[in-house]
Write a protein that binds this ligand. Structure first.
Ligand code: GL7
Length: 829
């Protein structure tokens, strides 16, 4: 930079004492300064939480330095950027992840120690940022970590909900939901950008305008809301690059409801203004169903509109010709939730930038890519036309135009096949006329991705069949992955250290394929011994948590057998519970002398049910009813325990996963698009008991079926079995355990009746009955393997060794190279 600006920059550099220092004294001083000036407590008297606040501000300062440098560098280099649009990001805690990625965890732990605090205790003070429901949202968070680590010029965009996913409270075994006002104690990980705001319009009318001889549409809004940016710096590991997750909050706009002021109704005018904020107030807690609610649609458009305006503003800062837009911008749609971004880009290009329609639509077709995360047709989002007509009248017109041109083109290609034309149309006719968000996304994106190989096959064969036949080249898959930084290094530091010791390097933290190097030591008795010790310590940590939470003491010799994920019929927690009942029943009916051969189990289940999902809530209650019976049966003792972990979230997962021996992934084949929980367990050396669904099919290729416990119908069997329906041979053991529940053996007979009905012959959509026998066989195989601890440990090492392919680094690199066309841009400062 030259001239006056350059001189100013030089003066600033001279004033700055270079970057913040990370030696123990500087860190201690820094923490104490934040205690005194940021938290405003006396440095002679502060508690663990205040220490956390001060520590996190000190870390934040270091993040900001890197973040500024990175952003400045991106601005100077002006590379093609990817913008990752997602309605949900499940970030969990930030502190530990940040200090590890910045490479200063140990220094901070020492500094805190010198001040009389314990790092682990202080880090525990942080609450979770739970701005998402489940796998899809956590995937976004993992992908942000990989984007930063791999130095990609990327931005995440989402919504800053004031209330994240509800807190689950269990009373008498029933789930209750409580609001998660996560911002109560402040959030040091975000930076409010009061100057980065955009107006977002709703309602109103569309009028024609003539300007310089051209005819344009003008949208006169009925309501305006202001979007304010909150930036969350995301540090990469082993790099200075620190990228931005920009979340939007809704604030009343000065132009909001001017009418009420003019009519003198001041109080109501103020109350109305506050309504604007409700747009970003609460996360919808359903993870796989869509109800066409106005607020949800407002949320989607709100974050999409602000993001698109921001992206176009950044482009225009450096460019004047929109033909260059596709060379500088890639927009990724994380599921269909942000699909209105397509329409918003069209609207701005055509109505505001006055590009002609074809040119705008050509640009749109080059910048958007879409990833689907669902398998079933019912999971596809639809927007009622009436709702859209009132909320976003101009967008509806644009969608009609896009569809008209698409259908006209289609007719030329496939002729007048009206069935097919109507299936492929973006508009669904019928009782409730609606917009099919997936069709809109496919038509306007250059690439459609599935999240595992099986998922893509299912999309091609079912929900997106017509589109696949039309544009086979558009369809790809990128198997999901998770970040080893959070899921090994942060959550399992002792395993992480052990891996580095045996591989002789920490390079696997960035280059995860190196984990395969563990294979050659899998049978080494020294490694096995150390591996077992690490796993035991993690089990102890988990056992302590269980005891603190429920008062239940569990034996460390038992197999810790875990199923943690959202509660869904298709994920079949019910199959797990019925299996546990079977195990209990067997133990009870066994000769005492035979009990010595039983492998003790601590069965751990955790997960939230969507508040309106009755069957899922009954499954939670059943789990508690069965636990009550088993855990109080002294006759069974340590042979079997069942624990439900309440309020499952990212930080609970970080504790549970490293302590699990076995984890269960029981989805009826063909229902789990990918599944990512299994990858986290795998990285931590936990063995999998699973159906051949979603990403498991690819896990088998890496680990080998011998090192897993597989069971159940295969993807292609499922439709046939469903078709056969009532002819199914009833499994007697299955019928017996269901009967026990039905007969009130665990109490609540009437309450569980409808739950039992869901698995009766003829009604058993998720095929619990037909998979039960094979499920028990897999359980027996796991028990048998567990007895031979040497073999088990070897399988455990091989699981970690084979987990490299399931890193989000691999997924992101694939997206960057094959979908977005972006390149790393490492900040050299
Ligand atoms: C999901 C899929 O159900 C899950 O299998 C997948 O791993 C995840 C990430 O791709 O996306 N789709 C979805 O709507 N939710 C998911 O977790 C909530």
């Amino acid at each position: 930079v030259s001239g006056e600006q350059g001189a100013k920059a030089e003066r600033m550099f001279a004033l700055m004492d270079r970057f913040l220092k990370n030696d123990p004294i500087s860190l201690q001083k820094d923490i104490l300064d934040h205690v005194e000036y940021t938290v405003a407590r006396s440095r002679f008297n502060f508690d663990d939480f205040e220490a956390y606040q001060a520590l996190s501000h000190s870390v934040r300062d270091r993040l900001i330095e890197r973040w500024h440098d990175t952003q400045l560098y991106f601005k100077r280099k002006d590379p093609k950027r990817v913008y990752f649009l997602s309605l949900e990001f499940l970030m969990g805690r930030s502190l530990s992840n940040s200090v590890i990625n910045l490479g200063i965890r140990d220094q901070y732990a020492d500094a805190l120690g010198q001040l009389g605090f314990e790092y682990e205790v202080v880090a525990e003070q942080e609450g979770d940022a739970a701005l998402g429901n489940g796998g899809l949202a956590r995937l976004s968070a993992c992908q942000m970590d990989s984007l930063a680590t791999l130095d990609y010029p990327a931005w995440g965009y989402g919504l800053r909900y004031q209330y994240g996913l509800f807190r689950q409270v269990i009373l008498d075994g029933f789930q209750h939901e409580q609001p998660d006002y996560w911002l109560n104690f402040g959030n040091p990980w975000e930076i409010e950008r009061i100057h980065v705001t955009y107006p977002v319009k709703f309602y109103g009318t569309v009028e024609d305008e003539t300007l310089n001889g051209g005819k344009y549409k003008v949208w006169i809004p009925g309501e305006m809301v202001e979007a304010v940016a909150y930036d969350n710096p995301i540090p990469g590991y082993g790099t200075r690059n620190t990228i931005t997750l920009r979340l939007w909050a809704a604030k009343p706009s000065d132009q909001y409801d001017i009418e009420s002021y003019n009519t003198g109704d001041y109080i109501n005018a103020v109350v109305n203004r506050q309504k604007a904020e409700t747009i970003s107030s609460v996360l919808y807690p359903d993870d796989r169903s869509y109800q066409g609610k106005e607020l949800r649609l407002k949320q989607q458009y709100f974050f999409v509109s602000a993001s698109v305006q921001d992206i176009i503003r950044r482009f225009k800062d450096a460019h004047s010709n929109f033909d260059e837009f596709p060379e500088k911008v890639a927009l990724q749609l994380n599921d269909t939730h942000p699909s209105l971004a397509i329409v918003e880009v069209m609207r701005i290009l055509v109505d505001e930038e006055h590009l002609d329609w074809n040119r705008a639509s050509d640009i749109v077709g080059k910048i958007f890519s879409f990833t689907s995360h669902t398998v079933i047709a019912e999971g596809l989002e639809k927007i009622p036309v009436d709702l859209l007509a009132s909320l976003l009248p101009r967008h509806l017109q644009i969608i009609y135009s896009i569809n008209f041109k698409f259908v006209e083109e289609l007719k030329k290609k496939i002729g007048l096949d009206y069935n097919r034309l109507s299936r492929m149309s973006i508009i669904e006719e019928g009782a409730v006329k609606s917009i099919r968000s997936a069709n809109l996304s496919i038509v306007c994106s250059h690439t459609v991705n599935g999240v595992s190989r099986v998922h893509l096959e299912l999309l091609k064969a079912n929900v997106f069949k017509d589109f696949y036949e039309l544009w086979p080249e558009k369809f790809q898959f990128k198997t999901n992955g998770v970040t080893q930084r959070r899921w090994i290094v942060v959550s399992n530091p002792s395993l992480s250290a052990l891996i580095s010791k045996w591989l002789g390097t920490e390079a696997w933290i960035r280059d995860v394929e190196l984990l395969t190097g563990l294979r050659e030591y899998a049978a080494d008795s020294f490694l096995q011994h150390e591996w077992k010790m690490v796993r035991k310590v993690n089990k102890m940590r988990l056992a302590e948590y269980i005891e603190a939470m429920s008062g239940l003491k569990v034996s460390l010799d038992a197999m810790f057998d875990v199923q943690i994920k959202r509660i869904h019929e298709y994920k079949r927690q019910l199959l797990n519970i019925l299996g546990i009942i079977h195990r209990y029943d067997c133990i009870k009916n066994m000769e005492k002398s035979d009990r010595r051969k039983v492998v003790p189990h601590v069965c751990i289940i955790g997960g939230k049910a969507a508040p309106g999902y009755e069957v899922a809530k009954k499954i939670i209650k059943l789990c508690h009813a069965v636990a009550e019976k088993i855990n109080n049966d002294s006759d069974v003792g340590d042979l079997l325990k069942l624990v439900f972990i309440p309020d499952y979230n990212v930080s609970v997962a970080e504790l549970v996963i490293p302590g699990a021996d076995l984890s269960q992934h029981l989805s009826t084949a063909g229902n789990e698009a990918s599944g990512t929980g299994s990858m986290k367990f795998l990285m931590n050396g936990c063995l999998l008991l699973a159906t051949e669904d979603g990403s498991t099919v690819e896990i088998i290729e890496e680990i080998g079926a011998d090192n897993m416990f597989l069971f159940g119908s295969k993807v292609h069997d499922v439709p046939i079995l469903r078709e056969k329906g009532p002819d199914l041979k009833v499994n007697l053991q299955f019928a017996r355990v269901v009967r026990m529940v039905r007969d009130g053996y665990f109490g609540f007979k009437d309450y569980f009746k409808s739950l039992c009905d869901t698995v009766e012959v003829g009604n058993d959509f998720y095929l619990l009955g037909s998979d039960f026998e094979s499920y028990l066989e897999a359980q027996a195989a796991a028990d048998k393997a567990f007895v031979d601890q040497e073999k088990w440990t070897q399988m455990s090492i091989l699981s970690t060794a084979g987990s490299g392919r399931f890193s989000s680094d691999r997924t992101i690199q694939d997206y960057a190279e094959n979908t977005w066309g972006i390149e790393p841009c490492p900040c050299p400062f």
